[in-house]
Design a protein around this ligand. Structure first.
Ligand code: 5GP
Length: 121
């Protein structure tokens, strides 16, 4: 799928739509999900234009990939849910049609602040 510059997260990255920001660096932006499914529901997105995880892992630079992976843990620490100093959380990426992805800009959901339950099948 070609990247759509008008997707909602692209607009958030450009500052055209506000977000409740948690963290930002060279590689990632993190903000709270507008429709939280758990006590803590954050999103972590790469700054580059990648539709989904497979697009990202195929086309992103090593620095971008490391930046996103490390960004997830930086955010988990900021939220107090990391396994290092908190109780843990679930990181989840929906990928494309069968994966139930709605916004076509790669994002990881971070769910925590409570037991998040079993995986949905
Ligand atoms: P997906 O189903 O694509 O994995 O998840 C998209 C997520 O983006 C949903 O959890 C939805 O609530 C969230 N979302 C959609 N639009 C906005 C928005 O404008 N702001 C924020 N913060 N989250 C959004």
């Amino acid at each position: 799928m070609k990247y759509d510059d008008n997707n909602i997260f692209a607009k958030i990255l450009r500052g055209e739509i506000p977000c409740d920001k948690i963290y930002e660096d060279e590689f990632v932006l993190s903000f709270y999900d507008i429709n939280p499914q758990k006590k803590i529901h954050a999103l972590v997105i790469p700054k580059g234009k990648y539709v989904d995880l497979d697009d990202f892992n195929t086309n992103a630079s090593h620095d971008e990939i490391v930046g996103l992976m490390k960004g997830i843990t930086i955010v988990s620490k900021k939220l107090g849910v990391s396994s290092i100093d908190g109780k843990g959380y679930r990181a989840l990426a929906n990928i494309s049609e069968d994966g139930g992805q709605e916004v076509p800009h790669l994002h990881f959901h971070l769910f925590g602040g409570e037991k998040v339950g079993k995986m949905v099948l």
